[in-house]
Design a binder for this molecule. Sequence first.
Ligand code: NAD
Length: 260
Amino acid sequence: MALQGKVALVTGAASGIGEETARKLAADGAAVVIADLNLANAQKVADSIVAAGGKAIAVSMDVTSEDAVNAGIEETVAKLGGIDVLVSNAGIQIVAPIEEYAYADWKKMLAIHLDGAFLTTKAAIKHMYASGKGGSIIYMGSVHSHEASKLKSAYVTAKHGLLGLARVVAKEGGPRGVRANVVCPGFVRTPLVEKQIPEQAKALGISEEEVVKNVMLKETVDGEFTTVADVANTVAFLAGFESNALTGQSVVVSHGWFMQ
Ligand code: NAD
């Protein structure tokens, strides 16, 4: 129960990596906030954590809306007494070759991945400073924080951007005990990835099996997908790591796809 007494807010926690992360943080003793655009699913996740003996609430949050983010953080502090861990995880994927990439889609991608990370950090860090206890901010990056792939101009740009944000937050927050790190998963079979397999097959003119084998898992050491549990365990490790020795870093969880 490394996170006993801590409060952790996870964005995009109604599905996939965020959901598993919230479950793991709750299992490690944290009171968790399931923050998501999809309130109905967020409530289901919170209810099942509570049914399993954990502490959880659901909040409706569109991470691209400053008002919604501020309201969700304020609700967290009012109901749970503070915020010690922020996991900025909400994300989507839109793939297209750059000459066909709609400007509206580019802006939407940067808004969810980068504006969302900025707004949640800005709102949460004030409380981490005010408590005198500091905290841990974890951004959900990707191997695409370090590598590029075809069709993913906005995603790769945004995920690289998170490294810069984390390093600034590490420098600003360090003297007040706030750590900031980026977790960088390889491909994980969540709804976000399931949707991409047929899209990439169509865009690249290859079969879905070839997308999995030759695009997604080609560079791994064993041809295996990373799992939601692999990512959740890494987030929990960073959330529970109490010193500034580990800040401003990215931790790649990808079956060796990218080695740093
Ligand atoms: P997912 O589709 O399973 O879940 C994403 C969640 O984010 C959903 O519950 C969705 O409702 C929520 N969301 C979307 N837009 C939102 C918004 N504006 N405000 C609040 N919530 C919003 O996806 P996932 O695969 O679990 O992805 C989670 C994160 O992990 C993303 O940042 C993604 O880029 C990153 N990631 C995923 C993989 C992978 O292979 N699945 C790999 C590396 C990084």
